[in-house]
Design a protein around this ligand. Sequence first.
Ligand SMILES: Nc1nc2c(c(=O)[nH]1)N[C@H]1C(S)=C(S)[C@@H](COP(=O)(O)O)O[C@H]1N2
Ligand SMILES: [Mo]
Length: 256
Amino acid sequence: MSDQPITRRKLLGSTAAVGSGLFLSGCDMLNENEAFRGVLRSATDLNFAVHRSLGSRAALAREFPISERSPFFRGNGTQAPDNPAYQAAIASDFAGWTLEARGLFDRPGRWTLDQLRAMPQRTQTTRHDCVEGWSAIGTWTGVPLHMLLDQAGIRRDARYIVFRCADVMGGGIPYYESIDMIDARHPQTIIAHRLNEEPLPVRNGAPLRLRVETQLGYKQAKYLQAIEAVASLEDIGQGKGGYWEDVANYAWYAGI
Ligand SMILES: Nc1nc2c(c(=O)[nH]1)N[C@H]1C(S)=C(S)[C@@H](COP(=O)(O)O)O[C@H]1N2
Ligand SMILES: [Mo]
């Protein structure tokens, strides 16, 4: 598999152009030339670094060829939610699982897993970085979050999306996380249901988990049950926007 599509995406840096197939024919011809591709690659790496250092939140996280993927994508944090509701969901192979859209939506509601699988999908091979000091590269497939937000009619006063999870942490609190609308609408932010071409394993968040590739591991909420659109994080948990933010003072913005 070639990395050309990734190079193009970085170069174009525009969501609208990605995948449209427009304006690329000249580039396709140049891409045939190995020497040119070398130059292109270093130029886009530089461009990427500059974007990052200028703090461009629209920049894409690096994508990798499948050949660089980790042989095993380890689990971390909750790896086997032991609460009865989740255990029952495993037993039924997640047949009745839904993702709820609640809060500041004009059309709140629920998607079944089949509905999510029938929507346009994005697949990306990215590196996950955990603050505990490990990384892994994996291929994720899922629905771009912006499509769900639009389908459910996100309201203009929504400023954050809160992710509600099925696993219960210490103190009896279900895991939760949140991101702002820039990350929520980022093209690589997806509600993933597959890892490395297979349904998500339980340890990695079955049946649905967030991938927000611009941020660190603890933002990648697993066991997703609901997305909640809010105007403020004040009333979410203790007000810092996430489980680890509230209990251990982790940074809410964990950009990488
Ligand atoms: N619901 C839930 N999501 C979670 C966690 C968790 O314990 N519960 N742990 C986080 C942390 S710290 C990391 S590094 C990643 C681990 O993802 P993985 O289990 O797929 O490796 O999930 C994040 N999302
Ligand atoms: Mo982590």
